[in-house]
Write a protein that binds this ligand. Structure first.
Ligand code: G3H
Length: 489
């Protein structure tokens, strides 16, 4: 167990003697899957939040502070120091990813290594950005040296499903661009940040990174209320994002870098390669139990191939191996949110009441705190599983005759992140692909939806996102263009 009793503020790991919050593990033993206590974190409040804000404001000092004025090569050196210390914590963090959020061993390793690569790639991209900005332009007799400057203080909140990778995909570019930050990890996936606290303290000047524990409403909301935050960087749900945004008295001054809900569809055409489609739909709907904003959350299958798809897909879902994250070949793992099985059950009950059926034999069976993925068909628009982002193991399937049906649904949807299109005749599909690209931000052809590779832009339309992430784009999302201009005289 890990009982964290310090928090990082203004370059110090400050001791905490107040109340603590228990953190649960998804696994209690190798045989049962009930939540047990894995450790605890400080239940910080407004006083500590203000200390963190003070630290970040001082290090930024309206752009005159130590961090935003530091030479590029020195900022890079801090980042390199951090990543090399972070790498020494790989085993500890990977173990906690498995125990705390139930991520499988290969996926936990991937999350850690992907994050390290992300930091190195960010450093390289930043160097390139700096080289480019050293070039002068001349238009109409005016020379300009166009650069990118920081925005100020960033409040950064990460999600539980990628507590390391996605949080750092916000924090690292924000820092390297010269912003200072206050970071609060998610409720689940918080202990795995604790082995990295010292690396943060040792690598950055005081106040540049401040790390708080506790509830969003106790620490993040009071910080927003001061109106002194320049960027809200959050990956999670729009409820939290909106609640925090509303606290800010001058929200028109606030830059938003948000990754929110999505309801990414799979569209299966009559000529789709069925083996490939089934495999990609398994990955898309059930990787990490569907707890990914990029997961496929609704499947549209053409009437002509509906029966074949449902039969093969249902059998494949039931053939997946459930178990502890470290076991070989495990695809389905215990769920970190204790109330998730109950919520998924509610979605299933609602769909059954309104006429859907569970297609796979094991669908909806409970194993302690796990619920087996249910494939539901036929799903209709009045069902909760159609309307809500399930973020868990349940798969709604609809059939269609005319491609306009899924297109109309996508146009009506509040979300617009990605789509997966399955069909063979790529040339014939070109106009459809163009239309889909106007409804979402990424069209995946014969493959499931995903965020990576991390150099590709990651964003969404409508309520799915604000700003763009990726190694390259995030540097731009966390900065503003500035220029030095002079006349040719
Ligand atoms: O929760 C959303 C994540 O960005 C998903 O990332 O597609 O790499 O699994 P991924």
């Amino acid at each position: 167990q890990i009982h964290q009793r310090t928090y990082l503020v203004d370059g110090e790991l400050r001791p905490w003697k107040g109340n603590v919050t228990e953190v649960f593990s998804t696994i209690s033993s190798t045989e049962t899957y009930r939540h047990t206590v894995l450790g605890s974190i400080p239940d910080l409040g407004e006083t500590e939040a203000m200390e963190a804000l003070e630290g970040a404001l001082n290090a930024y000092d309206q752009g005159k502070g130590i961090w935003p004025t530091m030479k590029v090569r020195d900022r890079i050196e801090c980042m390199e120091k951090f990543v090399s210390q972070m790498k020494t914590k790989r085993d500890e963090v990977v173990k906690l990813l498995m125990w705390e959020i139930g991520k499988s061993l290969p996926d936990s390793i991937k999350e850690f290594d992907r994050t390290v690569d992300y930091i190195y790639d960010t450093i390289e991209d930043y160097k390139q950005l700096d080289r480019n900005s050293a070039k002068f332009q001349k238009h109409e007799g005016v020379y300009a040296h166009i650069r990118r400057g920081p925005l100020g203080v960033v409040l950064c909140l990460g999600p539980y499903n990628y507590p390391l990778n996605e949080t750092f995909a916000l924090l690292i570019p924000a820092l390297i661009m010269g912003n200072t930050a206050i970071f609060k990890p998610a409720k689940h996936g918080v202990l795995l940040i604790t082995p990295l606290l010292e690396a943060f303290r040792n690598s950055f000047p005081k106040g540049v990174v401040n790390i708080l524990f506790g509830r969003g409403r106790s620490v993040a909301a009071p910080i927003m209320k001061t109106g002194k935050v320049d960027v809200l960087a959050l990956i999670g749900n729009s409820r939290s994002a909106n609640a925090l945004q509303e606290q800010h008295p001058k929200s028109n001054r606030l830059r938003l870098v948000l990754g929110l809900e999505a309801k990414n569809p799979a569209i299966i055409l009559p000529d789709a390669d069925m083996d490939l489609t089934v495999e990609e739909c398994i990955t898309g709907t059930l990787s990490f139990n569907g707890q990914r904003c990029t997961a496929l959350k609704i499947v549209y299958v053409h009437e002509e191939v509906r029966e074949k798809f449902l039969k093969e897909f249902a059998a494949r879902v039931d053939s997946l191996k459930f178990g502890n994250p470290w076991e070989d070949g495990v695809k389905l793992t215990p769920l970190p949110e204790p109330d998730k099985p109950e919520y998924i059950q509610e979605l299933i009950d609602d769909a059954l009441e309104k006429g859907a059926k569970i297609i796979n034999e094991k669908g909806g069976k409970h194993y302690d705190n796990y619920i087996w993925p249910a494939v539901l068909y036929p799903v209709t628009k009045d069902m909760r599983v159609y309307q809500e982002e399930q973020f868990g193991p349940v798969i709604p399937v609809l059939s269609f005759q005319d491609i306009e049906e899924p297109l109309d649904d996508m146009a009506e949807s509040n979300y617009g992140q990605q789509v997966s299109l399955f069909g063979k005749d790529v040339y014939a599909l070109a106009p459809l692909i163009d239309t889909l690209a106007n409804l979402v931000c990424r069209v995946n052809l014969n493959s499931s939806c995903q965020r990576g590779p991390d150099v590709y832009p990651f964003t969404g339309r409508k309520d799915s996102a604000q700003s763009t992430l990726s190694v390259h784009d995030a540097l731009r999302s966390f900065s503003i263009r500035t220029l030095l201009a002079f006349k040719d005289n």
